[in-house]
Design a protein around this ligand. Structure first.
Ligand SMILES: Cc1cc2nc3c(=O)[nH]c(=O)nc-3n(C[C@H](O)[C@H](O)[C@H](O)COP(=O)(O)OP(=O)(O)OC[C@H]3O[C@@H](n4cnc5c(N)ncnc54)[C@H](O)[C@@H]3O)c2cc1C
Ligand code: SF4
Length: 334
């Protein structure tokens, strides 16, 4: 591993990071922010990431979860995943987020991992993590070893001929269903990015994973007020019950009245190259009776464009069943 120096800025860390040479501050830049380090240090040990300088953001005053005047929530960039998941307002108003975060990793990792770091965690594709294998995301133009290789855990939605890597985050899926906004401070000032626009599809440039610009610092995430009367939950299916990423997951935020669905927000994990909001499923659910037949139609719509690879065809039906079961649980009498 290369030597690196940690900087603890008193102010303006994004200006320091903007001095990095590469196209984004987050991927491949010489100067990088570090928060919990559970993604970045891991990848530095594997020589996948090789920054020269790390800018430690942990002492910035970005560690609060607070109610907003409109009844929503603001979550600081350095709020630890554990703190987020157990915060009373999150438990009460955004159950899906609490459950998603608690389904990820381990207690020890959640105690270190931060909100911003989780948004930017990188794929678990084994070829991305092996510097002796071709990988367009790590080394653009080198090829994709996964398409003809081991792809059981990889994506079936949003893939391209250049990359089929899954976005591994559980938190991001809940954030997508909750219609979160990611707030960023950068060279051009501050801006809010809807979560649906934050992560990019791989297309021809799988190395570029988000819309962040050089030097952008994530400061916080906001959630809109909870929809009145909604129930929400996160269901994660995986090979074992802990310390494992999703094969398929569903984040459901749903409101019913008199047996009919009046509002639904649906996102899926483990299947997409980005956290996968399914407006197709939402359209099938709107104003329909809350029955298994409706749920199955929604699941079929969510997976209609799935393109399985040689080893992950099973994910199509698994993801459908995951969504149907999540909807059943979220609409059954309390
Ligand atoms: C063994 C293991 C199992 C795991 N299992 C799961 C799982 O089941 N589900 C799941 O969802 N996750 C899982 N994770 C991933 C874990 O959730 C992430 O590693 C963690 O959320 C990253 O947060 P961090 O603060 O440690 O990020 P860091 O490693 O500090 O940073 C990650 C990236 O974010 C950038 N960054 C950090 N803060 C900022 C900021 N404020 N502004 C801009 N850029 C920033 C860094 O430069 C870096 O590129 C697992 C991780 C491990 C090691
Ligand atoms: S799927 Fe993406 S991350 Fe995995 S080897 Fe192919 S290009 Fe690399």
């Amino acid at each position: 591993m290369k030597t690196f120096q940690i900087t603890r800025p008193k102010d303006n860390p994004q200006a320091i990071a903007a001095a990095g040479k590469s196209k984004t501050a987050q991927q491949g830049a010489d100067i990088r922010f570090i928060a919990g380090g559970t993604t970045l240090i891991d990848l530095m040990k594997l020589n996948v990431e090789q920054p020269q300088n790390l800018v430690d953001v942990n002492r910035l005053p970005l560690d609060k979860v607070e109610a907003t005047p409109d009844g929503g929530l603001t979550i600081g960039a350095t709020v630890r995943n554990s703190e987020l998941a157990w915060h009373p307002l999150v438990r009460k108003n955004y159950t899906v987020l609490s459950e998603a975060v608690l389904s990820g990793a381990t207690v020890q990792i959640r105690n270190m991992a931060t909100t911003a770091g989780n948004l930017l965690q990188r794929t678990r594709c084994m070829y991305f993590r092996s510097t002796d294998m071709p990988c367009n995301k790590r080394d653009p133009g080198s090829g994709c070893a996964a398409i003809t290789g081991s792809n059981r855990g990889l994506a079936i939605l949003g893939t391209s001929e250049h990359c089929i890597a899954t976005n591994p985050s559980d938190m991001n899926v809940a954030m997508a269903a909750l219609e979160a906004t990611v707030h960023v401070r950068g060279a051009k000032g501050e801006r809010g990015i809807p979560i649906g626009d934050f992560h990019l599809l791989p297309g021809n440039t799988p190395q570029r994973e988000t819309v962040l610009e050089p030097g952008d610092l994530i400061t916080h995430v906001t959630l809109p007020p909870p929809a009145p009367g909604n129930r929400s939950l996160y269901l994660k299916l995986r090979d074992r019950m802990s310390y494992e990423f999703a094969l398929a997951s569903a984040a459901v935020v749903i409101t019913t009245a008199n047996g009919k669905i009046t509002r639904a927000r649906i996102a899926m994990g483990g299947v997409g190259t980005k956290p996968w909001r399914s407006t197709e499923a939402e359209a099938e659910l709107a104003d329909q009776p809350a029955t298994e037949a409706t749920f199955r139609k929604a699941a079929d719509a969510a997976l209609r464009d799935a393109k399985p690879q040689s080893q992950n065809g099973f994910k199509v039906e698994l993801a459908k069943r995951c969504l149907v079961h999540a909807l059943k649980l979220a609409t059954q009498p309390a």
